[in-house]
Design a protein around this ligand. Structure first.
Ligand code: NAD
Ligand code: UDP
Length: 314
């Protein structure tokens, strides 16, 4: 049994990860400031004696006896990370310094939830880990993109300079149950709009593409990544390479929900990447046969049911 700290543990991905680590027989410390996370996501874990909830902000130092850290604390939806961009940079950079300092002191292994946004609006498609990206340093997304890029730098330098055992996961668009109604990311937005019968808001023409990964496939990959041999640090792409346009996603969600909603086209958002798709050759190789196994429709079914219940106040 290990004692594992999950920062951002009350968030969408974090809550699924906490659940999985408890199922695997570990003790879990869930740390969150509840900016975008919520107690409802982890309330079912509160009775478990091996689960501990800590209200804390990663921009402040934190001390505890731990063996491993999954560093997920950071708002991930553009609407939320752009709400207070300075805080987003602090969470990414100061949060990384604090967690890496803790890992160094405790000789703990630490995994960083990095992002496909480090590739910016990519000129290489699909994106391989060796691509350095095309990122605007002064745009609407910069607080997140550059914050995550700096966090990767810090992880690598703590590894090289101090021998900290690190793993860096570049996570591509992930969706599933426990996203908030007001999350603002495309899958949850479209489902909520479709279920409410209001207009589906496509930014721009909807020809931009993304690849959507179901949350259980991601959690499996993160747990496997933490257990890779010591000399493997990443960064490694984790995503589902099935590429779809945003317009086709809207159409699929209308069809699956049986909604009468209309699609409306709104102004394109600043620095919105035109396309995104992970090359997951490295993940397949190092994560012991890992493969995203949940297709888009298969993952949308439980996600739609979850939002339907949430809208019905359950
Ligand atoms: P989320 O917003 O649901 O979860 C983030 C959690 O971090 C929330 O519980 C929030 O309250 C907490 N948090 C934010 N700032 C904090 C701070 N200063 N101190 C402590 N806690 C703080 O988002 P998510 O989708 O679950 O994302 C989790 C992580 O995965 C993030 O680091 C995100 O950047 C990364 N990621 C997610 C995706 C995706 O598609 N979901 C893609 C790439 C990377
Ligand atoms: N998007 C959209 N309508 C929405 C929300 C998002 O058309 O209501 C688009 C957005 O412009 C982007 C894509 O969907 O092209 C994915 O957006 P999201 O915020 O989920 O994540 P991103 O990958 O851009 O960080």
């Amino acid at each position: 049994m290990k004692r594992i700290l999950v920062t951002g543990g009350a968030g969408f991905i974090g809550s699924h990860l906490c659940e999985r680590l408890l199922e695997d027989g570990h003790e879990v410390l869930c740390l969150d400031n509840f900016f975008t996370g919520c107690k409802k996501n982890i309330v079912h874990l509160l009775g478990n004696p091996w689960f501990e909830l800590i209200r804390h902000d990663v921009t402040m130092p934190f001390y505890s006896e731990i063996d491993e850290i999954y560093n997920l604390a950071c708002p991930a939806s553009p609407v939320h990370y752009q709400h207070n961009p300075i805080k987003t940079v602090k969470t990414n950079v100061i949060g990384a310094v604090n967690m890496l300092g803790l890992a160094k002191r405790k000789r703990a292994k630490i995994l960083q939830a990095s992002t496909s946004e480090v590739y910016g609006d990519p000129k290489v498609h699909p994106q391989v880990e060796g691509y350095w990206g095309y990122v605007n340093p002064v745009g609407e997304r910069s607080c997140y993109d550059e914050g995550k890029r700096c966090a990767e730098t810090l992880f690598m330098d703590y590894h090289k300079q101090n021998g900290v055992r690190i793993k860096v996961a570049r996570i591509f668009n992930t969706y599933g149950t426990r996203m908030q109604l007001d999350d603002g990311r495309v899958v949850s937005n479209f489902i909520v709009q479709a279920l409410r019968g209001v207009d589906i808001t496509v930014h721009g023409s909807g020809s931009q593409t993304r690849c959507f990964q179901y949350v259980s496939d991601l959690v499996e990959a993160l747990v496997r990544l933490m257990d890779t041999p010591e000399d493997f640090t990443g960064p490694v792409n984790i995503g589902n390479p099935h590429e779809v346009s945003i317009l086709s996603l809207a159409e699929k969600i209308i069809e699956m929900t049986g909604s009468g909603s209309e699609i409306v086209f709104e102004q394109v958002r600043g620095d919105d990447p035109a396309k995104r798709k992970p090359d997951i050759t490295m993940a397949r190789k190092v994560l012991n046969g890992w493969e995203p196994v949940t297709g888009l429709e298969e993952g949308l079914v439980p996600t739609i049911s979850y939002f339907r219940e949430k809208l019905n106040g359950k």
